[in-house]
Design a protein around this ligand. Structure first.
Ligand SMILES: *Cc1c(COP(=O)(O)O)cnc(C)c1O
Length: 433
């Protein structure tokens, strides 16, 4: 039976978990009927502009003819086949593209199902690597506070301990080492002392540390903060000094979002292990990848297990690989660099002045990411409804009202988003004061 949208909503509220929500006090959801370009068509009638790219991923917009065609062509061949003992050209083509596009030295590709799994894979790689080098006691991770790396247990163990509520899972979640988060902003004056906390952790604990994992330049879900590239360059040096691998989690930043194809390029560094996800398929399907250097791959392969210990059922899904291949080609054809720099200029012109609003603490823009940090946490139900009334989809969290629009957004559409944000920040009733 076809349900009307109010029936869909009430069944949804009664039975479906949504990300980080309550089952007894759920926030209202909106039913999407159609999506095209930067627009979401809601069943309730509104046609709204998506400012979130469905969490960093839908960079080319919805229902894109090129991506649709590529996927339909793959469906007519085969949608899935096991990756144990079998291979196929969509996966091989994707590996070649990723090796060519990513920072130098990352020559081996593990295709994973989601961002969190790509992080799990990276962590296993680091531990197997150290074990193979006869350093089994190097089996913990070092990270920085305010990070976000996903929701599975190993990924959680390197998320910010406060935001991630580690105390709730204590005894089950691995205890790792945390250094202070960098405070110096992307454009601010660099001081070497910014690295002190990390240096101290490494000096004291390096014999227990397999890898340093962090989000390069942009700390996403842990606070939407943009830090100084010198910090990342310093991390690379310290990792080399202490025989600690560097894992760059570019699941959010990868594929142009920060103004560089990969955020590591802001500091001109290559990590030993790189995690990719989110925009990899243009937001069409879940797919992620963990790349590593020849040294990491070869060392693991010569260790006690003789193999890398991971192999998901849907590894290298051909349909997802076909979407990714088409999306990567589009990125280049569409000239992502000029798309992102146009968005950046417009975000700077239209958002930075909002610093004068009485409710605003800070405004920052990097690449195609615009962040307003309010003085007060938002009231989600109220602010979400208000944004929909203003014709846009913006999903704040805590004190952060931010957008990372699809790269294909037009100046007029982006203007609608930024004017909606400007109106909202002046409303006192959208905040919990
Ligand atoms: C979203 C995200 C993840 C987790 O990816 P999922 O696909 O949600 O599992 C990990 N790291 C970063 C930096 C992310 O932004």
């Amino acid at each position: 039976m076809v349900k009307n949208y109010t029936d869909i909503l009430s069944y949804d509220q009664e039975h479906l978990w949504h990300p980080y929500t309550s089952m007894t006090n759920p926030l209202p959801s909106y039913v999407v009927e159609d999506a095209e370009g930067v627009y979401l068509q809601l069943a309730s009638g509104e046609r709204i502009i998506d400012g979130m790219s469905s969490w960093w991923s839908v960079v080319h917009g919805y229902n894109h003819p090129v991506l649709n065609t590529a996927m339909k062509a793959q469906i007519d061949k085969f949608s899935h086949v096991m990756f144990g003992g079998l291979t196929h050209s969509p996966a091989v083509e994707l590996a070649e593209k990723l090796i060519n596009l990513t920072p130098e030295g990352l020559n081996k590709v593990f295709l994973a199902d989601s961002g969190s799994v790509a992080v799990e894979v990276a962590i296993k790689m680091a531990i197997q690597y150290q074990h193979s080098k006869n350093k089994p006691s190097k089996n913990k991770l070092l990270t920085i506070k305010n990070g976000y790396h996903g929701d599975t247990f190993a990924a959680m163990s390197v998320c910010d301990p406060v935001n991630g509520m580690h105390q709730l899972f204590s005894g089950f979640i691995t205890e790792n080492y945390f250094a202070d988060a960098p405070k110096i902003g992307f454009d601010e004056t660099w001081h070497e002392s910014e690295l002190d906390s990390l240096k101290n952790q490494l000096a004291d604990n390096h014999q227990h540390i397999a890898a340093l994992i962090l989000e390069p330049i942009v700390q996403g879900a842990g606070g939407m903060r943009f830090y100084n590239p010198e910090f990342l360059a310093g991390c690379r040096e310290l990792c080399d000094q202490y025989d600690v691998l560097l894992i760059a989690d570019e699941i959010a930043t990868g594929f142009g979002r920060s103004g560089k194809l990969f955020a590591c390029e802001h500091a001109n560094i290559s990590p030993d292990i790189l995690c990719l996800g989110k925009a990899l398929t243009g937001g069409y399907l879940t797919l992620a990848a963990t790349l590593c250097t020849d040294t990491v791959a070869n060392t693991i392969s010569e260790g006690e297990a003789g193999v890398f210990m991971h192999g998901p059922t849907f590894m290298g899904n051909p349909l997802a690989c076909a979407a990714a291949n088409a999306s990567l080609e589009l990125l280049i054809e569409n000239n992502w660099q000029s798309q992102v720099s146009d968005i950046e200029s417009q975000l700077k012109a239209e958002l930075l002045p909002l610093i004068s609003s009485k409710n605003v603490e800070n405004v920052r823009v990097l690449g195609a990411i615009g962040v307003i940090e309010a003085k007060y946490p938002v009231n989600m139900a109220v602010i979400q409804k208000r944004f929909v009334e203003l014709g846009v989809w913006v999903r704040p969290f805590g004190k952060l009202i931010y957008i990372m629009p699809p790269f294909v957004i037009s100046p007029d559409e982006l203007y609608k988003l930024t004017t909606a944000m400007a109106k909202i920040v002046d409303c006192d009733d959208v905040f919990n004061k």
